[in-house]
Design a protein around this ligand. Structure first.
Ligand code: UT7
Length: 325
């Protein structure tokens, strides 16, 4: 595992100088104290992913050239097309291996893991690099109009190197879901083919919000607190485990209140749930690999532990992975 976050720390007080918000509101509603925003001259979505990947490779004692396949999850790609996977292939100096881009927002990393896991289990690839990276800060509405979204999201990247093994450790199962009926409740509508950039320029409407992320916060919250426990229980049931068997649950860092809700619903102890949203905000596809890397660094993930990853977000999509570390 590896991760990278930009050096630039943006506190809640910093935000209150840009928009009508305050530290108390943000901490009470979300648990976030600070987040990182890139310096665009230094960092990009693919570039942060490469930095996280280099750390993961080093810790796995592997060379970049050992990688057989790249999976890159993001909702904030460098370009409209191509996706950032190919930029990682170029930057790491890899041979012409395949690079797949995953578009599943907050669930992107778990979806990506599931792809890597299947490729390894079928024997097609031995070593797969999975990256989740997000650069939100450049596209947020940093005025009071966008405050309910812009205070939440942060920049960063996390990466995992998955490798084939003969022992009983590894990904036990993954569980993927979607419900497109709610696609527009958490979305960035334009520019895209539904709202071409020419249209936006022609209209030249300074009140047009379609190119900022939109989130129906309380609606998303209600779905999240239902879907998280469901998909965690689905993973446990599939493998014959109980919530008490989990050594560490790493939920996607959407909101500390959501994590606390899941913990309470599932009757988990404090030491069974890992949260770091306080430091980084919600980094969507990057949040799980960043949190998992920190949990490993803090000695909270030990060989033989039962680790559960779970995510919910835009789509709606939600997913879980159960791992024997
Ligand atoms: O990662 C993808 C999944 N995402 C999630 O799961 C996020 C789910 N949703 C949430 O986390 C919460 O809904 C939010 C944190 C986004 C918002 O919390 P909320 O308790 O649902 O607040 P709200 O949007 O209902 O707004 C309550 C009040 C409003 O004022 P009035 O109408 O009551 O006067 C907002 O205008 O808080 C106001 N408000 C703010 N005030 C200060 C909204 N944003 C801010 C802000 N600072 N940043």
């Amino acid at each position: 595992m590896g991760f990278y976050v930009p050096d630039n720390v943006v506190t809640n007080d910093d935000l209150s100088k840009m928009m009508d918000t305050d530290d108390q509101w943000i901490q009470e509603r979300t648990g976030i104290k600070e987040r990182r925003w890139v310096n665009p001259a230094i960092d990009s979505t693919s570039g942060m992913g490469v930095k996280a990947a280099r750390m993961a490779l080093e810790r796995a004692n592997m060379k970049a050239t050992d990688i057989d396949f790249i999976v890159f999850a993001t909702l904030s790609p460098d370009y409209y097309f191509p996706g950032p996977g190919v930029l990682v292939q170029k930057e790491l100096g890899l041979d012409t291996i395949g690079a797949l881009d995953v578009r599943n927002q907050c669930s992107g990393f778990v979806y990506g893991l599931s792809v890597a896991d299947q490729f390894i289990k079928t024997g097609m690839y031995n070593n797969v690099l999975v990256i989740g990276s997000e650069l939100h800060s450049g596209g947020l509405d940093k005025t009071t109009r966008g405050r309910s979204v812009s205070v939440i999201f942060g920049d960063g990247a996390g990466a995992a190197v998955l490798t084939a093994t003969d022992d009983t450790s590894g990904i036990l199962s993954t569980h993927l879901h979607s419900e497109g009926a709610h696609a527009e409740e958490l979305a960035l509508i334009g520019p895209a083919t539904n709202r071409w950039v020419n249209e936006i320029i022609e209209e030249n409407d300074e009140n047009d919000e379609s190119y900022f992320p939109y989130m129906n916060g309380s609606y998303v919250f209600k779905h999240a607190v239902t879907r998280f426990p469901q998909v965690i229980n689905e993973a446990l049931d599939a493998n014959g485990y109980q919530p008490s068997d989990i050594d560490l649950l790493i939920p996607h860092q959407a909101n500390l209140r959501i994590s606390q809700f899941i913990q309470k619903t599932m009757r988990l102890r404090d030491d069974q749930v890992f949260n770091n949203i306080m430091k980084y905000g919600n980094t969507t596809a990057a949040s799980i690999p960043i949190a998992l890397t920190e949990a490993v660094e803090e000695g909270k993930v030990k060989p033989g532990d039962l680790i559960c990853l779970a995510a919910f977000g835009s789509g709606f999509t939600w997913a879980s992975a159960l791992i024997r570390w």
